[in-house]
Design a protein around this ligand. Structure first.
Ligand code: ATP
Ligand code: MG
Length: 319
């Protein structure tokens, strides 16, 4: 399965070109197009309403729009439950209170998005292509960076947890076990690494994130950056490409979108600069399409340029 992330500055044409690429690929392959942008418009591009379980646009093309608020709520509920189970003896920790405050915490949406990507990659193996339409650069880079940021946290937290267990072990040797009280019941606190739920949970998280990082950095995943022939778009694409390089995420294609006879020379120059920065990623060019205005008769996802040649498409039929 190949995985493509369409990224770029706000309004450059990520959703339109993600839809176009998904549509073109679906002529030969089974494709799932997923919108990760809270302001969904992937459905609009196809002129359909995407329901809760997704929508089938054609026999080989499915659309899905991620409900970010629901995802964030589910994510928090799940994590609060884990917290409640691991720290059931700490009644001083008012978890309901935590839950109501945590939902305003920065980073929750990014984690929820990442969890949704991770689950989609793990579960949707019946498709040949996953095409992700992403929110504008800032949020996209933040959630793409999260697995690596999280690994650093997990390593640190694991070290701290080990120190705690070590101290408990010392206490156990001196006075026979660290204890807490819950509803007049004495609870023995774990000091052995192999029996500690928190360490187990940290190990599980570390394993999942390592797999995810390997997949995101691997051959099957690729980032597509869309830009328009203008200076702001160039600067934002530079930031995006630098960010992707730091994260070791492979940029496979740069698309100059909304190209006209007047701005072609500028589009080529910007493409050249970005290509140098991106160490030679392929470049495609999509013309400004007058049919995309209201009343045009070409559907919004139909573009004359063939994008599949850049994604390993165009070969034998895989369906
Ligand atoms: N090649 C094109 N020719 C003409 N109009 C285009 C082209 N590509 C995109 N557009 C138009 O530009 C606008 C922005 O496109 P789109 O919504 O795909 O961008 P986006 O990058 O997904 O935006 P956002 O960051 O808001 O999600 C839309 O009105 C779309 O129809
Ligand atoms: Mg969009």
């Amino acid at each position: 399965m190949k995985v493509l992330f369409f990224t770029g500055k706000g309004g450059v044409g990520k959703s339109t070109l993600a839809a176009a690429a998904a549509w073109q690929l679906s002529r030969q392959y089974r494709v799932l197009a997923v919108s990760l942008d809270p302001a969904h418009n992937l459905g609009d591009v196809f002129g359909v309403t995407v329901g809760n379980g997704g929508t089938r646009v054609s026999p080989r093309l499915h659309l899905r729009e991620v409900d970010l608020r629901k995802l964030a709520r589910d994510y928090l509920e799940r994590e609060t439950k884990v917290l409640a189970e691991s720290y059931h003896y700490l009644r001083v920790l008012n978890l309901d209170n935590y839950f109501s405050i945590l939902k305003y915490s920065p980073g929750i949406e990014e984690y929820a998005l990442l969890t949704s990507i991770e689950r989609t990659l793990r579960e949707e193996d019946g498709y040949d292509y996953l095409v992700f339409d992403t929110p504008p650069t800032g949020l996209t880079l933040r959630f793409l960076a999260l697995p690596q940021v999280t690994m650093t946290w997990i390593e640190r937290l694991t070290a701290i947890r080990r120190q705690i267990l070590d101290k408990r072990h010392t206490i156990q040797k001196i006075r026979g076990g660290a204890k807490e009280w819950e509803a007049n019941r004495e609870i023995r606190l774990e000091y052995d690494e192999s029996g500690d739920d928190i360490l187990k949970r940290l190990r599980l998280l570390a394993d999942n994130y390592k797999v995810l990082i390997r997949r995101l950095q691997g051959e099957e995943c690729g980032v597509v950056t869309v830009f328009n022939p203008d200076l702001l778009s160039l600067r934002e694409s530079e930031r995006l490409i630098t960010g992707l390089r730091e994260l070791k995420l492979p940029l496979v294609l740069l698309i100059a979108n909304k190209v006209t006879a007047e701005n072609r020379a500028l589009a080529d120059r910007i493409a050249g600069e970005l290509q140098r920065l991106a160490s030679g990623a392929a470049v495609a060019s999509v013309a400004l399409n007058p049919a995309f205005t209201l009343g045009g008769d070409t559907p919004l996802y139909e573009i004359p340029e063939d994008l599949t040649v850049h994604f390993g498409g165009g070969g034998e039929d895989h369906v």
